[in-house]
Ligand binder design. Structure first.
Ligand SMILES: C[C@H](O)[C@H](O)[C@@H](O)C(=O)CO
Ligand SMILES: [Mn+2]
Length: 417
């Protein structure tokens, strides 16, 4: 059987439930996933005086071939993008600035330090997203940044975030698609705080200063990312979920939900519909926490499918900005991007092939037996045949065939670094 024949059979199976498979494919074609550059170099960045990774996050593994320059990182990203169906985006951190060997501290960063990235993105025909980097820096050594009791340290990080919003705006203008500039800070305490309020008052004030200048949303969207704990901030995180929900809703910012940033039995899939009731747009960092915020590569598991279902069944593909956030240095890093991104897309396709209206009606009618029976049966519908057809249509290898290209790339490029 050919890919097309398998596809035709799959179409018949889905059509029986009123699912328009061609339409599902056309919808998926328009989805841009924001692919995080930091998987490619273990969040090292290219600062002239780099600091060790800090902020309570960690990358483990020493698989050979990581990118050691912006050129190598872009080359690796190009390879990954060529093996993922569709047009996507790349998400940068400020530590990926290019300053020609000159030390430029983070509060002094300018759009010109990202010119090469923008030129590259233009050639690829993709958008860029952005993040200020409030970790891996001497002024973040105490694990406090925007909520630091010291005014000067706070001001340094406020200035950095202001500079980053301008860089995001520059991306948006140059690439004709708004950049999402996302603020995540590591601030918190290892042990039980004696005052939870004061650091939050300071964080709120810092954010107010950062966002004091209005930036046209045509070019830049602001997001804030919460967390429940990190290494060294086990007892208290200043920027908690409640803190940022309140801040984002009151100040018209996007809440960014990272799937690794909640209690183990709390799911992001269950938060999306609530937030969409009150917010025009939200953003995601899709990750895979294994026992903690371990940032494993995203797999096609139940929660990923559930997230995709929530986005699709609520017709929110234009309202949820889907970004990825994982970093695994124990496997081929280019393969990690491909696996994670292809899985995100597979989950969305799966959701698009689900007869969501029918299942919704079953629930409304109280027909929970059929709801559960069909929910399970659809798991073994010929979704793979549609995915293969989609890959073929988009000119990327079907099934695991991309792996051969990655093995070759590893031999010819990565192992020679
Ligand atoms: C490097 C990222 O900005 C970082 O992972 C952040 O988004 C996060 O999720 C921290 O846990
Ligand atoms: Mn994140």
């Amino acid at each position: 059987m050919t890919i097309l024949e398998n596809y035709e059979l799959a179409k018949q199976a889905y059509n029986k439930w009123g699912v328009d498979v061609d339409e599902a494919i056309n919808t998926l074609k328009k989805v841009a996933i924001s692919i995080h550059c930091w998987q490619g170099d273990d969040i090292n960045g290219f600062e002239v005086n780099p600091s060790e990774l800090s902020g309570g996050i960690d990358v483990t593994g020493n698989y050979p071939g990581k990118a050691t320059s912006p050129k190598e990182l872009r080359q690796d990203l190009e390879k990954a993008l060529s093996l993922i169906p569709g047009k996507h985006r790349v998400n940068l951190h400020s530590i990926y600035a290019e300053t020609d060997g000159v030390v430029v501290d983070r509060d002094q960063l300018l759009p010109k330090h990202f010119e090469n990235w923008v030129e590259w993105a233009k050639k690829q025909g993709i958008g860029l997203d952005f993040n200020p980097t409030l970790f891996s820096h001497p002024k973040a050594e105490e694990g406090l940044t925007l909520s630091h009791p010291n005014r000067e340290i706070r001001q340094f990080w406020i200035n950095h975030c202001i500079a980053c919003r301008k860089i995001g705006e520059y991306f948006g203008k140059e690439l004709s698609t708004p950049a999402l500039t996302n603020i995540w800070i590591p601030d918190g305490y290892k042990d039980i705080p004696s005052d939870r309020l004061t650091p939050r008052v300071r964080l709120k004030d810092s954010l107010d200063q950062i966002f004091a200048d209005a930036v046209d949303e045509k070019y830049n969207l602001d997001a804030v990312e919460s967390k429940v704990f990190g290494i060294g901030s086990e007892s208290y995180v200043v920027g908690s979920h409640e803190f940022y929900i309140g801040y984002a809703l009151k100040n018209n910012k996007l809440c960014l939900l990272d799937t690794g940033h909640y209690h183990p039995t709390e799911t992001v899939s269950n938060k999306i519909s609530s937030l969409l009731l009150y917010s025009e747009k939200i953003a995601l960092h899709v990750s895979r926490p294994v026992r903690w915020d371990s940032d494993h590569v995203v797999i096609l598991d139940d929660e990923l499918r559930e997230i995709a279902l929530e986005i699709v069944r609520n017709e929110a593909l234009n309202r949820v900005i889907i970004g990825l956030d994982f970093f695994d240095a124990s496997i081929n890093r280019v393969a990690a991007w491909i696996i994670g991104t292809r899985n995100m897309l597979k989950a969305l396709l799966y959701a698009l092939l689900t007869p969501n209206d029918y299942l919704r009606q079953l629930q409304e009618d109280g027909n929970f037996t059929e709801r559960l029976a069909l929910y399970e049966e659809f798991k073994t519908y010929p979704f793979g045949a549609v995915w293969d057809y989609y890959c073929e249509q988009m000119g990327v290898p079907i099934k695991e065939n991309w792996l051969e290209e990655i093995k070759l790339y590893e031999k010819e490029v990565l192992l020679k670094r």
